[in-house]
Design a protein around this ligand. Structure first.
Ligand SMILES: O=c1[nH]cnc2c1ncn2[C@@H]1O[C@H](COP(=O)(O)OP(=O)(O)O)[C@@H](O)[C@H]1O
Ligand SMILES: [Ca+2]
Length: 406
């Protein structure tokens, strides 16, 4: 019987084929304008029959560096990068669906840190690129994503991909996103006590797939990995004078180099004469996080999904495999930080910031959020071959608001 169906499928064009008679394909294009890069996610959805929910079929993903915010003074050049990525969608989406395929760009912390004027100039140029494309450009299609939605949408992505948002027994899991300029923590509180302890602006209600979720979520601007480097060096929010040198015990002693971030040039180096290594370095990064973050009691014992720079640094130091990801305890980051910081010469070839990054991640998890040494972190880059990013949650929300799904 199944052979006969196959035989039919081969003979008939898909839309007349009896097996797929009612199946419809949809596309959604979501850009993530992050602080360190711009990425396009082209999602394909299939609706098997009118009464069924959309199913996610696949994703095409591409990225460029640096991020849009690096073009603060050349908005047209920044928008050209977006256009280059959008050209991929022209090839990926069949022409007869272009007009029905929405395209949206949401910018995160990089643009949040720019002046209103520079950010708006960039967004305007991108909007023009979209208007010139054959795709559906919804109202408000180019904007800065609100920090609290960034966490919520990533939480939706991960819990959707792991099957926790459908059916009865929902065991949702919290998410930790460490970007270049900001970091997010999001989870569904299980205890009334947590709701009582939590400041109101850390709670966001959200409706998706016919359920309402009241989530704990917060985005800490300036606490992303790269912003934290500047904070550790004492260079964040500084009017940098040319030739000014920022030094840290988290860097190799003899190092002197320069670094561009958010359109500003910084010169940095090691403590030539003074101390280096884990102990002094940890004290430096501790100053950046200590007492600055809200610590919900409930999370101490629960496990979390962690991605972005948590993932990248765990890969860089062989804590996990690049393809597979893996499960770590918070103490694994601390162990690695000690190993790298106390042997900086040996790790010099990787990145001069490896010690600082690992020390910061350790301090953020332990002293910032208040996790235990034994707290489990599930490190993932992809679930079922789909990137773990807030963009999928944002695309569901978009399709819902356009009435394409509910
Ligand atoms: O689609 C994705 N899948 C997985 N990781 C991603 C994706 N997009 C960005 N990242 C990760 O996010 C981190 C960079 O953060 P980003 O540039 O988004 O800064 P921001 O979130 O502070 O604006 C890197 O670790 C990068 O690998
Ligand atoms: Ca991000």
């Amino acid at each position: 019987h199944s052979n006969r169906e196959m035989w039919f499928q081969d003979l008939l064009p898909p839309n007349v084929c009896p097996v797929n008679a009612k199946a419809k394909t949809f596309y959604g294009i979501m850009f993530d304008a992050g602080s360190t890069g711009t990425r396009i996610h082209i999602y394909t959805f299939v609706q098997k029959s009118p009464e069924k929910l959309l199913e996610l079929e696949g994703e095409i993903f591409e990225s460029v560096k640096p991020g849009l915010s690096a073009y603060a003074d050349q908005p047209e050049k920044g928008a050209k990068n977006v256009k280059r990525l959008l050209d991929m969608a022209i090839d990926a989406v069949p022409p007869h669906l272009w007009k029905k395929t929405p395209v949206v760009l949401k910018a995160t912390a990089g643009l949040r840190l720019l002046s209103e004027e520079k950010a708006q100039a960039l967004l305007l140029e991108v909007r023009e690129v979209f208007e010139e494309s054959p795709f559906l450009v919804p109202e408000d299609s180019v904007s800065i994503l609100d920090g609290s939605y960034e966490g919520v949408l990533a939480w939706i992505t991960v819990n959707f991909l792991t099957g926790q948002l459908s059916g009865q027994n929902q065991h949702t899991i919290g998410t930790l996103d460490l970007g270049g300029a900001s970091t997010q923590i999001t989870f569904l509180p299980r205890f009334q006590e947590t709701l009582k302890q939590t400041p109101g602006d850390f709670l966001t209600s959200f409706e998706m797939f016919n359920s309402t979720y009241k989530l704990y979520t917060h985005s800490y601007l300036g606490f992303g990995l790269k912003a934290a480097r500047l904070a550790t060096l004492g260079a964040l929010d500084m009017e940098v004078v040319d030739g000014q040198m920022f030094r840290s015990s988290c860097l190799p002693k003899q190092l002197e180099a320069e670094w561009h971030f958010g359109g500003v040039k910084y010169q940095y180096g090691g403590n030539k004469e003074g101390e280096t290594g884990f102990k002094p370095c940890y004290l430096e990064v501790l100053k950046v996080v200590k007492g600055k973050l809200h610590q919900p009691d409930e999370i101490r014992g629960s496990s979390f999904y962690a991605f972005s720079y948590y993932y990248d640094r765990a890969v860089d130091t062989n804590l996990i495999d690049y393809e597979e990801g893996g499960v770590l305890e918070v103490r694994d980051f601390e162990r690695k930080a000690k190993e790298v910081c106390d042997n900086m010469e040996r790790y010099n070839s990787a990145s001069p910031f490896l010690c600082m990054d690992l020390a910061y991640i350790t301090a953020l998890l332990k002293e910032g959020f208040g996790f235990r040494d034994s707290t489990l972190l599930q490190l993932t880059k992809k679930v079922n071959n789909i990137e773990t990013s807030w963009t999928l949650g944002a695309t569901f929300h978009l399709l819902q608001s356009l009435g394409i799904t509910y």
